[in-house]
Design a protein around this ligand. Sequence first.
Ligand SMILES: Nc1nc2c(c(=O)[nH]1)N[C@H]1C(S)=C(S)[C@@H](COP(=O)(O)O)O[C@H]1N2
Ligand SMILES: [Mo]
Length: 173
Amino acid sequence: MNKNTKILISVILILVLISAVAIMMNKDNVATKKELNDNDIFIVMDKGAEIATYNMTEIQSIGAVDFTATLDTSNSDPEDFQYTGVLLKNIFSHAGITLEGREAIVVSAADGYTVAIPMDKFMADDNVYLAYKKEGTLIGTREEGGKGPYQMIVSKDQFSQFWCKYALSADLQ
Ligand SMILES: Nc1nc2c(c(=O)[nH]1)N[C@H]1C(S)=C(S)[C@@H](COP(=O)(O)O)O[C@H]1N2
Ligand SMILES: [Mo]
């Protein structure tokens, strides 16, 4: 083996090593993204007063389910996705907040967006969810390019304008 061949083989080995490390690091990232993130807090409020905070493990323990919803925005065709989340009304029951005789639920987001959902929609079975996974992967924060970590989804809506990305809190009025 001449000197040049040795150098060439060394360079190739180093490149293979670098890409192997990169692939492993990326796997690690994907693995952490699949786990519940307990730093992501969701606030539950009753008529403007903060009642409880939940992280992802706590949200999940209230009763996570898979459901489908149709994402239909002004710049995309309707498309069905599978989400994982908890019925928002169950989170309120868990926090000990009474749901009877209320007017609406107001969900607020990190970008200043707020959505008010009337009680009949909110109380319906299988409708208003706080989701944290889409197609089995964490929805992710805005910084990560996601629409979460929590996204409020109205599964029976035909269009998605009453959904709420980057949801931080929900206030029962
Ligand atoms: N926080 C927040 N949530 C939001 C919006 C928004 O601007 N901010 N836009 C709404 C609208 S108009 C649509 S169609 C859906 C889907 O928007 P996307 O395509 O950005 O996911 O999110 C809804 N929720
Ligand atoms: Mo929209």
